[in-house]
Ligand binder design. Structure first.
Ligand code: UDP
Length: 447
């Protein structure tokens, strides 16, 4: 079986699509993995995976990034992709069994239909996001999105926990046309693949199954035989600062708060300063990732004067962390996170530390609700109506997370989620079964 994978050319997306491809290689599939030129030299070679490069106008890895520019870059690769697919269909001995396209590459639906190739949709986020996206027409007809009251409670989405309108993914609230394209003719897709676990999201998965087959084959990090790419071969623009690992070695177990907002979230300089003062006031050791583009200013301009001096004995600021290794370090005891799906899954697989949620964009508010309301593995930072987080709120929440009984309870719940994920990859477990049925279903398509 020969499968063509088309990820959105962003770090989180490429990593997950690659991890899923590696899982299927170990089951006897071969892959053509499509990358834009900017990423081509950046990804580790892997047996069974051939990397093909297509031209694009611009790079999603540029230091300043926004979603719409990434989508227009994605559009620009369509002609190159069509040419590649045509070539593969004509020349490859194995033919092309199917395409696995990132859910953000909405035009893959048309291309698959045009070339008569089955299409699987790869979700690098969770199943809740798709269950909501499929229900959008009904939400729109009830006036619950686009201009409605952001505080209104929405508890009518099958399989999805009750949410405020403001907690819906941004693609639903702000990009209605994009959302429409994303779920158009979804029932015609061969299936949806998720880096999630059935036991984590059984309700939305049940709902989605009414439209198309689902394959929750995650978490890839715990899949048998999963080998993490060496850091120098991971796609990314920022070099990992590994000095933080030696620094963590000097600190007591479970004492450090790891603070990271992923690769895309931004923050005003004032908010960064307020956060810094909150971290200082908490008295807790912290490792804080401040990307060079988080506030579009240098770290020295962003932080309060003498902040580095004052927190020298218990705080470390770096540009980019080897996150998996940081989370696996015994000194880390809590995670202040923007609630990106990869960060959540990585914590549940590696550390299981309680999470302090500060969602920013995308589907992060939804993820925070899942963590706080349903899984009870995190607490949320209190934000004002305009999204401002006060230093007092930071200091209070950090103490609660790292020192209080609440933190212990959150940790127990996170551990239970990890157990569910580990069981899913044992013989007969849900992720094993879904992986086998995915392979069988692809075989059936080809015969
Ligand atoms: N990450 C990292 N170093 C950092 C911060 C983040 O390697 O200092 C990685 C993290 O391990 C995860 C990805 O960047 O795989 C972020 O993905 P996520 O879905 O959490 O958030 P996004 O960047 O898409 O908002």
């Amino acid at each position: 079986m020969h499968i063509v994978v088309l990820p959105l050319p962003l770090q989180g997306h490429v990593n997950i699509c690659l991890a899923i491809a590696k899982m299927l290689v170990s089951q006897g599939c071969s892959f053509t993995f499509v990358l834009t030129q900017d990423l081509a030299g950046n990804v580790a070679q892997h047996q069974g995976i051939h990397f093909a490069t297509v031209a694009s106008h611009g790079s999603c890895f540029a230091d300043s990034f926004d979603h719409s520019s990434c989508l227009s870059i994605m559009k620009s690769i369509r002609p190159g992709f069509e040419e590649l697919l045509q070539k593969l269909l004509l020349s490859s001995e194995a033919g092309v069994s199917c395409i696995m396209a990132d859910s953000y590459v909405t035009w893959s639906r048309e291309v698959a239909a045009q070339f008569g190739v089955p299409r699987y949709v790869l979700y690098v986020s969770n199943a809740h996001t798709l269950a909501i996206a499929l229900h959008v027409p009904s939400l729109v007809s009830q006036g619950l999105v686009h201009g409605g009251d952001p505080g209104i409670l929405i508890d009518c989405i099958p399989g999805v926990l009750p949410l405020r309108a403001r907690d819906l993914p941004q693609s639903v609230r702000l990009m209605p046309e994009f959302n429409k394209e994303m779920v158009k003719d979804m029932h015609k897709a061969a299936g949806a693949i998720f880096n999630t676990v059935e036991g984590w999201e059984s309700n939305p998965l049940k709902t989605i199954k009414e439209t198309l087959p689902v394959y929750p084959v995650g978490p890839s990090l715990l899949a048998p035989g999963f080998v993490e790419s060496p850091s120098k071969e991971k796609p990314g623009v920022w070099a990992e600062d590994r000095s933080c690992l030696a620094w963590l070695d000097t600190l007591p177990p479970s004492s450090v708060l790891y603070v990271s907002f992923g690769s895309l979230a931004t923050m005003s300089i004032d908010q960064m300063r307020e956060l810094a003062e909150g971290l200082e006031a908490s008295g807790q050791p912290f490792l804080w990732v401040v990307r060079s583009n988080i506030a579009n200013s240098s770290v020295d301009d962003v932080l309060p004067q003498d902040f580095g001096e004052r927190t020298r004995d218990r705080g470390l600021i770096i540009r980019w962390a080897p996150q998996l290794e940081v989370l696996a370090h015994a000194a880390v005891g809590g995670f202040l996170t923007h609630c990106g799906w990869n960060s959540i899954v990585e914590n549940l697989c590696k550390a299981c530390v309680p999470m302090l949620c500060w969602p920013h964009l995308g589907e992060q508010r939804l993820n925070a609700r899942l963590l706080v309301d349903e899984w009870k593995a995190g607490i949320e930072l209190v934000q004002d109506d305009d999204g401002w987080v006060k230093k007092e709120a930071v200091a209070k929440a950090v103490k609660e997370l790292m020192r209080g009984e609440v933190g212990e309870c959150l940790r127990d719940n996170a551990l239970r989620l990890k157990e569910t994920a580990c069981l899913a990859w044992q013989e007969g477990g849900s992720s094993c079964r879904y992986l086998q049925s995915l392979i069988q279903d692809i075989k059936n398509l080809s015969t």
